[in-house]
Design a protein around this ligand. Structure first.
Ligand code: LLP
Length: 385
């Protein structure tokens, strides 16, 4: 058991051994099929975490100019960087072109026009992929579904031919292929099976090889087990990649890429918090912890469930609402959960916080950004304040 006595809470805690095992499995399973992996930096942009992922040979998936700058600082190779986003600014596009990244994933005809113009300005050719909105259901939370008709992402199928022709006729653009990302926290493989069918169909119908496209980027989205993270710390990458190998039917020279975020980092992180107060409300008992929605916005934003454990108490179970200190009624981590009888000063861990927790941290209420600690073999090996 790790000794947190000298550590200021709340703190982002990362188990580097879980991270290593996750990365080794993902990289090993992808290698079997020659698939290339890019880490979706938005999931966690902590230096130590992102540095370790680079060391396992991953490329990077960025969604802003600052993410591109940051991954270059971490020494990710430009030829492994992809850049997505519906609203890239002119400066960000220029930065991507000047650094000769692997590919810009473009999401509209207007964006393609700006990319072509910027390429002309700096007298470079630029590799682009078209992000396609395949009009598919991902069966996840509506806020993190991205591949349906009503979503803002990607080029809709009725407009794809136009965009392909534009790439073909623009001398500065090198058309690489197609990009898809249908959503996040997808826990059944069924949506991916449907995606494969759709990709096979689009590849033929639009004659993607005829346009010189031999790159397919399938995005990310593989979910993690938020209910039982202790029993299931590493996602099933074996079945995930095998599904694509079994269901994609494309020319053999097609290079297949993925952009994984949550599945790589989600389970290696937790938030370690201390109980500030317990309080008897009217008909409810509250545990008020020193972490708030500012450190983990997922429950407030998506109604997301995170497992919560009191590691200081083994008393009999009681029912509590676990809440943070922020001045918002939505600053609630869990309602009516069973915890051992809890007291001021107890350490409470919020599990599965490696993805979209630290990277979504905000300073609302002018709260102090927590530090991060990193552990291996049951001991704290590094600390960032
Ligand atoms: N590629 C693209 C184009 C994306 O938009 C995303 C995530 C990913 C890859 C990585 O997806 P992942 O493998 O992590 O599911 N804040 C939300 C998740 C937002 C995901 C945004 N895009 C949450 O906390 O659930």
């Amino acid at each position: 058991m790790i000794d947190f006595s000298g550590i200021k809470t709340p703190v982002y805690f990362y188990d580097l051994d879980i991270l290593s095992r996750t990365l080794a499995l993902a990289a090993g399973e992808a290698r079997k099929y020659g698939y290339r992996l890019h880490y979706a930096v938005k999931a966690n942009n902590n230096d130590v975490i992102a540095g370790k992922i680079k060391d396992y040979g991953f490329g990077a998936d960025c969604v802003s100019g600052n993410e591109i700058r940051r991954v270059l600082d971490w020494k990710y190779h430009p030829e492994g960087i992809v850049f997505a986003g519906v609203g890239k600014t002119d400066e960000e596009i220029k930065l991507a072109i000047e650094n000769e990244i692997f590919c810009l994933n473009c999401e509209s005809l207007e964006e393609l026009e700006v990319v072509a113009e910027k390429a002309r300005e700096v007298n470079r050719r630029v590799s682009v992929a078209l992000r396609v909105n395949p009009a598919l259901e991902a069966n996840t939370h509506s806020y993190i579904t991205t591949g349906k008709d009503e979503n803002k992402f990607g080029v809709g199928l009725p407009h794809l031919k136009n965009a392909l022709d534009y790439c073909k006729n623009s001398p500065g653009l090198d058309f690489a292929g197609l990009h898809f990302h249908i959503g996040s926290q997808i826990i059944s493989l069924e949506p991916y099976r449907n995606l494969c069918k759709k990709v096979n169909q689009i590849w033929r119908e639009f004659d993607i090889p005829g346009y010189g496209g031999d790159m397919l980027n399938l995005g990310g989205g593989l979910g993690i087990d938020y209910c039982e993270p202790e029993n299931n710390p590493i996602p099933d990458f074996k079945s995930f990649f095998a599904l694509f190998a079994d269901n994609l039917d494309l020319p053999s020279r097609t290079s297949v890429h993925f952009e994984l975020g949550r599945s790589l980092v989600g389970q290696c992180g937790r938030i370690v918090t201390r109980v500030l107060y317990t309080k008897q409300g009217v008909g409810k008992k509250f545990v008020i912890i020193d972490a708030g929605m500012t450190e983990l916005i997922r429950p407030a934003l998506y109604g997301a469930m995170h497992r919560i454990v009191n590691v200081s108490s083994s008393a009999s179970l009681e029912r509590y609402d676990v809440v943070g200190p922020v001045c918002e009624s939505s600053d609630v981590f869990a309602r009516d959960v069973l915890l051992p009888r809890t007291s001021r000063g107890d350490l409470v861990h919020i599990l599965s916080c490696g993805a979209y927790a630290e990277s979504m941290n905000m300073d609302f209420n002018l709260r102090t950004k927590p530090g991060s600690v990193f552990a291996s073999e049951g001991k704290i090996v590094a600390e960032e304040k």
